[in-house]
Design a protein. Structure first.
Length: 719
């Protein structure tokens, strides 16, 4: 066999292995290993249709999509080429994008909004998904023997659809396949993938942990699966498509399978979670190493032309023919000699890059200096505004419909079960009368209008504000009676295992949520008149549970609250918050777009704000990049009037878990406690204990007053 024949054989092996893994893992997607064992014992055979052909998923079809891009543009591939392909072949899909993952759907939504890379990969909330990793193998095939070039090319593709760890997952897979194409052993292949990402990344940490598990077990089995899940699986998150998790599972399966295609793919599929993707990645690495003959003959027979069920543009194409196209295109678009065996850059080049502006290099815009703090006001006025911030947040919290769901948790579990059954009854019987939280024969007080999770976490923060943040959260980590957002629950798990910030906030599937933005109101109140100090303090807290936009949102809310408590106008408070949101981030871009909307009637502004700020693809409406910009826009439009702003915020139902609370905090600080409606103040001040049981019955106003008094003493030099 000539060298050219060997490359072609390995290329076919890679894509056949990918397709086989995709098809084998498809029925096991989102299942736990125990459920897979219950259904199949050990899943080993591809499910085929009446035509005898195994059905793959988006993993195979988008891999062929990527391969065709490479065959056309080669080494000269740019984000503009990828965007053009999306417009031509993805955005033109009529009806639902069947089988597409969150990142593909979010990218399509971003492109339809007119965004350009890299914001197209940052503006949705699944930029860290495995959508790039699943289609990364063709880049390794195309750049066989050059892991650095494979990683660079896949990052070009990923800049359109992914961000952060989602791009790193793609880099790891592309680099590993590029080395497998040389016939290197499994250990060398795995280490090449690890070398393609920064050592201080979630992807690298998970890869190291997964590879250690694989090397510690002589063969895949129940102990291997349990140890691997314990090491890398996110138990507090319902979706299974996290790139750091899926890539780590795939690499461990490949190593545990000794690089053999069948054992690697079967091991990956039986691990569950995003089983089609993990098995496809493992199959690509193994197939690249063993060639087409390494893919079991019964599997090769079952792999036919693509159906195009996810991506019609690739219907009728066969992965083996696609592999031949990739091999024929090798070297296309290259302007420098190949760098065989080149080292993989894992530093700055491994991180998402900014698109260069026309005529020049990309430059990070300097963060605007925060506006000067207003002159200090009388202590009484400051106290009233601190009270106003706290009760304003609680009023907004109570006004959002999720508060009733959170408070429903105070009742017996069987009442909530009945509620879920009534939901199902309505769906099954075509009934539009929907159930609401109800007490039946339980005490009804829990369901009265009142605050829920946001107010309780604000209160907890105010009470612990002088303490080391990791230490304060660490005390919650050992408890089993705490209810919190996904970001907080994940961070508490990290802390319980001895991992603190910033990893606890970064290696976190909801690093982008607004949990820290809610808590940041306490830091803004404590640093009234000093937005910069408030932002710094809020960041230290936020890094325990969040990263990136989640931290930026906390800084913005703290700065805006501090300005308002210091006596700023609504416009000045919003400007102080905006100064903490860099324009090249998703949250900064959304904030500027929302604040550019014309109008001074917040209710009239709601449809336009919804168009700018809501990601309709994702399942949870608590992303800081959605809620914080929307809050700033509504506060400015209302001129700081609490009733107008909070009422409008509550109508944005997808964001109603925290948007009304954030809006209420800022407008409450601007107008003060005394200006708030007495009935709402009284309902908002008493906490229910639905998240932190020790807060049940506690007075939020008293907690605000204690913080204000402590702030006065600190200003006077009293420790």
């Amino acid at each position: 066999m000539t060298d050219a024949d060997a490359v072609r054989d390995r290329a076919r092996g890679a894509l056949l292995g990918l397709a086989a893994g995709d098809a084998l893992g498809r029925p096991a997607e989102n299942l736990a290993p125990a459920e897979i064992a219950r259904r199949w014992g050990r899943l080993t055979e591809l499910e085929t249709g009446p035509d005898g052909v195994a059905a793959g998923t988006d993993d195979t079809e988008y891999s062929v999509f990527a391969a065709l891009l490479l065959a056309e543009h080669g080494h000269a591939l740019t984000p503009a080429h990828v965007v053009a392909a999306y417009h031509a072949h993805v955005l033109t899909i009529e009806g639902p994008m069947r089988g597409a993952g969150f990142s593909e759907l979010g990218t399509a939504q971003a492109l339809r909004r007119g965004l350009a890379p890299p914001l197209t990969g940052r503006a949705h909330h699944h930029g860290w998904s495995d959508g790039l990793a699943m289609r990364a193998a063709p880049y390794g095939v195309f750049a066989a023997g050059d892991p650095g070039e494979a990683a660079r090319l896949v990052e070009v593709d990923g800049s359109v659809s992914q961000s952060g760890e989602g791009i790193l997952g793609g880099r790891a897979v592309a680099a590993a396949v590029a080395v497998a194409m040389t016939g290197a052993g499994p250990d060398s292949v795995a280490e090449a993938g690890l070398a393609a990402v920064p050592a201080d990344s979630w992807t690298a940490r998970n890869l190291r942990a997964a590879l250690a598990v694989a090397r510690a077990h002589s063969a895949p089995g129940e102990a291997f699966t349990r140890a691997l899940h314990d090491a890398v699986v996110q138990g507090r998150y319902p979706w299974t498509d996290l790139a750091p998790e899926a890539v780590a599972l795939a690499f461990a399966a490949y190593l545990a399978g000794g690089g053999a295609v069948e054992e690697s793919v079967v091991t990956a599929a039986n691990l569950g979670r995003d089983a089609d993707t993990t098995a496809a990645i493992a199959g690509a690495m193994a197939g690249a190493g063993r060639g087409a003959a390494g893919v079991p003959e019964r599997w090769r027979r079952a792999i036919g032309p693509l159906r195009g069920s996810c991506l019609p543009a690739v219907a009728g194409r066969h992965v083996a023919d696609t592999a031949d196209l990739l091999v024929a295109a090798r070297g296309r678009g290259r302007t420098a000699p190949p760098r065989a065996g080149a080292a993989v850059p894992a530093g700055p080049a491994a991180r998402p890059r900014l698109a260069a502006p026309a005529g020049g290099r990309a430059r990070r815009r300097p963060r605007p200096a925060p506006p000067p703090a207003p002159p200090p006001k009388e202590s009484e006025m400051s106290h009233d505004r601190i009270r106003g911030a706290f009760t304003g947040l609680a009023i907004g919290d109570a006004a959002g419909w999720p508060a009733a769901r959170h408070r429903f948790g105070l009742l017996a579990p069987w009442t909530r079960r009945l509620g879920r059954e009534l939901d199902l009854f309505a769906e099954e019987h075509g009934v539009t009368t929907l159930p609401v939280p109800f007490a039946l024969n339980q005490p009804v007080a829990a369901l009265a209008l009142g605050p829920s999770d946001d107010a309780e976490w604000l209160a907890w923060t105010a009470r612990t504000i002088g303490r080391d943040r990791a230490e304060a959260f660490g005390e919650l980590a050992v408890r089993d009676d705490v209810r919190a957002r996904i970001s907080v629950r994940t961070a508490l798990d990290h802390l319980r295992r001895g991992t603190g910030p910033p990893v606890s906030g970064h290696d976190n599937p909801h690093h982008f949520d607004d949990a820290a933005a809610v808590r940041a109101v306490a830091f803004g109140a404590a640093h009234g008149g000093d937005p910069a100090a408030a932002a710094r303090a809020a960041e230290a807290d936020a890094r325990v549970t969040n990263a990136l936009d989640g931290v930026a949102g906390a800084r913005a809310m703290a700065a805006g609250t501090a300005a308002a408590v210091g006596g700023a106008s609504a416009g000045e408070a919003v400007d102080a918050a905006l100064a903490e949101l860099p324009a090249d981030t998703a949250i900064g871009a959304a904030a500027r777009a929302a604040l550019a909307l014309p109008g001074d009637d917040p209710f009239a502004l709601v449809p336009a704000v919804e168009e700018v700020c809501r990601d309709h693809v994702y399942s949870y409406g608590v992303a800081a990049a959605d809620t914080v910009p929307a809050a700033l826009a509504l506060v400015r439009a209302a001129g700081g009037r609490l009733g107008a702003a909070v009422s409008a915020a509550a109508t944005l139902m997808p964001l109603a878990d925290s948007l009304p609370a954030l809006t209420g905090a800022l407008t409450g600080a601007l107008g003060g406690y005394a200006a708030q409606p007495a009935g709402w103040r009284e309902r908002a001040r008493r906490l229910g204990g639905c998240c932190l049981p020790e807060l049940a019955g506690q007075d939020l106003v008293a907690i605000a007053d204690a913080l204000a008094d402590a702030t006065d003493h600190h200003d006077e030099g009293v420790s």
